[in-house]
Design a protein around this ligand. Structure first.
Ligand code: SF4
Length: 333
């Protein structure tokens, strides 16, 4: 396969066929660098050498009645994690300060649970108004299944983006979760879009899905028109239903990222949870495909040190995308 040619066709508007998609996932390891080069051709066309940084605050941890098989915060999980109720506005603001100082453009306020209460939405809304004023960061909220009026309130408060992942294919969904449906997830993304909030929706790879499922997820996200696509690689946590599942290797993860780029050429593709564990020493190669990463820790697992990520980006010669208030502080140095 001439990957560069396929990449150019994608830029020119081609939607890759299922056969192309299978060729990407089954690409021989010897052909991996040309595949990445093709994906980089697309990434460069739309994003140059820019990298978007995101940082998560886990605003509420544990106590979730849902049964997502990958999640340590589910009440079905016996994983030993720190559990706490919704953080205060002040604590959320402290996290935003840290994000600002680390050149992170998008601050992600994430909470466990099926969906937010009125009070949760109130705290997030107040925090977002102050974050915007003080730090000028983009804010992404991830609070579970959302109702129309909650979406309207978050939009009003200034929330830029809302994350709700499809996680896996429609077919595979009930293997992962039974307490809500795939349609519930799609529905929340549609509500978010309807209220003018930018939709962020992604996948978790490595949950016993087939390659056909992976192709389906990438296509479903294309259809949903998600602006931002986090691609997580399962970091199986002891005590969760998926404990002991370690089906991924770094080369396959790169092929998955390439697939997402060829199917969603113009979108922000973020290497998300499980990056360090699954891509290992090949992490930098992922950034020739994806244009976004999380800095710092994930929800209940640790990421690598922020300065290691900054160093990786510097070594790659990539440029962090700053928000205007950050430009004022950092660009003169
Ligand atoms: S992923 Fe979210 S909804 Fe599912 S169990 Fe974890 S916290 Fe609950």
């Amino acid at each position: 396969m001439n990957w560069l040619q396929l990449a150019q066709e994608v830029i020119d508007g081609k939607v890759i066929t299922n056969e192309d998609a299978r060729s990407i996932l089954n690409c021989d390891d010897d052909d991996l660098l040309p595949l990445i080069n093709g994906a980089y051709h697309i990434r460069k066309h739309y994003y140059g050498k820019k990298v978007k940084l995101n940082m998560i605050i886990n605003a509420k941890s544990g106590y979730c009645p849902e049964d997502c098989g990958y999640c340590s915060q589910s009440s079905k999980s016996t994983a030993e994690i720190e559990k706490y109720p919704f953080l205060s506005k002040e604590e959320i603001l402290e996290g935003a300060k840290r994000a600002f100082e680390n050149k992170v453009g998008t601050y992600c306020i994430v909470a466990s649970g099926r969906g937010p209460t009125r009070k949760d939405v109130g705290v997030v809304s107040e925090a977002v108004e102050e974050i915007k004023e003080k730090y000028g960061l983009k804010v992404c909220a991830c609070l579970g299944l959302l109702k129309e009026e909650q979406a309207a309130q978050l939009k009003e408060a200034g929330v830029d983006r809302y994350n709700h992942n499809l996680n896996t294919s429609e077919k595979h969904h009930s293997y992962i979760t039974t307490s809500h449906t795939y349609e519930d997830r799609v529905n929340t993304v549609e509500i978010v879009k309807k209220h003018g909030i930018s939709p962020c929706s992604g996948a978790i790879i490595g949950m016993k899905e087939t390659k056909e499922d992976v192709i389906e997820i990438a296509r479903a996200l294309h259809q949903l028109d998600a602006d931002s696509i986090p691609v997580n690689f399962l970091h199986a946590i002891e005590g969760t239903k998926l404990e002991g599942v370690h089906d991924l290797n770094p080369r396959y993860c790169l092929k998955v990222l390439a697939l997402f780029r060829y199917i969603n050429p113009t979108k922000e593709i973020r290497i998300s949870g499980g990056r360090e564990v699954n891509l290992g020493s090949l992490q930098p190669l992922g950034l020739y495909i994806a244009n976004s990463i999380f800095l710092g820790n994930y929800l209940t697992t640790e990421g690598q040190e922020e300065n290691q990520d900054h160093k990786m980006l510097e070594d790659l010669g990539f440029e962090i995308e700053l928000m205007p208030k950050q430009e004022e502080v950092f660009s003169c140095h």
